[in-house]
Design a protein. Structure first.
Length: 202
C-alpha cells in the first residue's frame, strides 16, 4: 500500500545540525522517518495519505450516524446498503439522503438503514494529504512532531531498548525503551480517531 511520510530528511538534518549536503545518514534517517510516520498512523488510527477507499460498516438498529474510519473527507462517492452483502447490485443513495462532516469524518443519514454486520458500504476519498509536502504545509504540528520523534530515535538508534550511552562527551542513561516523546503525544492526541458504537468498528 502506498504511504507518505510525515516529514523529510532535510528538515530533520537541520535540527541535528547535519549539513544539507552531507548524505552520510540519509538512508538511516529515511528509515526512521518512515517508521515514525507509520507509528503516528497507528497512534492516531488514521492514515496520512489522502486516497480513494471503499469500506464496509456494521450498522446497529436505529443508526443515523456513521463514524468513517478516515478523515478529513474530501468526497463521498457512494453510500449503499445490502443485507446480502452484494453491493455490486445495490443502488447508491442519492446525495441528498446524507450529509458528511468532512473534518471529523461523520456521515449523517437522513434515513434509517437496514441493520446488521457490514451491511453498509461507503466509497469515499479521505486522508490528511496527497504528498509529504502538502502534509507539512497543511499540518505543520504533525510534521514538527515527526521531526522531534525522528531526532529522538536517531540519537538513540544504537540503544533503543535503554542503556547508558555517550553523546558529545557526556554520558547519558536511559532506563526504558524509547517511547513516543511526551510533546509528540500531546500534539497527536487531538488527531486521534475516536470510536463510538458498532458503526465505527473496523
Amino acid at each position: 500500500m502506498t504511504k507518505i511520510d510525515a516529514t523529510t530528511a532535510a528538515r530533520v538534518k537541520a535540527l541535528l545540525d547535519i549539513e544539507s549536503t552531507d548524505t552520510t545518514y540519509d538512508t538511516v534517517l529515511g528509515t526512521i522517518i518512515s517508521a515514525v510516520s507509520h507509528r503516528f498512523e497507528n497512534f492516531m488510527d488514521r492514515e496520512l495519505l489522502q486516497r480513494a477507499r471503499v469500506e464496509e460498516y456494521n450498522i446497529p438498529p436505529r443508526t443515523q450516524t456513521v463514524f468513517l474510519r478516515q478523515y478529513p473527507v474530501t468526497t463521498i462517492t457512494s453510500v449503499k446498503t445490502a443485507g446480502d452483502w452484494d453491493f455490486s447490485t445495490a443502488t447508491a443513495f442519492d446525495s441528498d439522503q446524507y450529509h458528511v462532516d468532512e473534518e471529523n469524518g461523520l456521515l449523517y443519514l437522513r434515513f434509517h438503514p437496514i441493520s446488521g454486520a457490514k451491511v453498509m458500504q461507503v466509497s469515499y476519498t479521505a486522508g490528511f494529504a496527497t504528498t509529504t509536502t502538502n502534509l507539512i504545509s497543511s499540518y505543520p504540528a504533525i510534521a514538527f512532531a515527526a521531526d522531534t520523534q525522528t531526532v529522538a530515535a536517531f540519537r538513540r538508534r544504537d540503544t533503543p531498548q535503554g542503556k547508558a550511552m555517550s553523546l558529545h562527551g557526556s554520558s547519558m542513561s536511559y532506563e526504558s525503551p524509547l517511547q513516543l516523546v511526551p510533546d509528540v503525544v500531546e500534539t497527536l492526541t487531538p488527531y486521534r480517531r475516536l470510536r463510538f458504537g458498532a458503526a465505527s468498528l473496523s
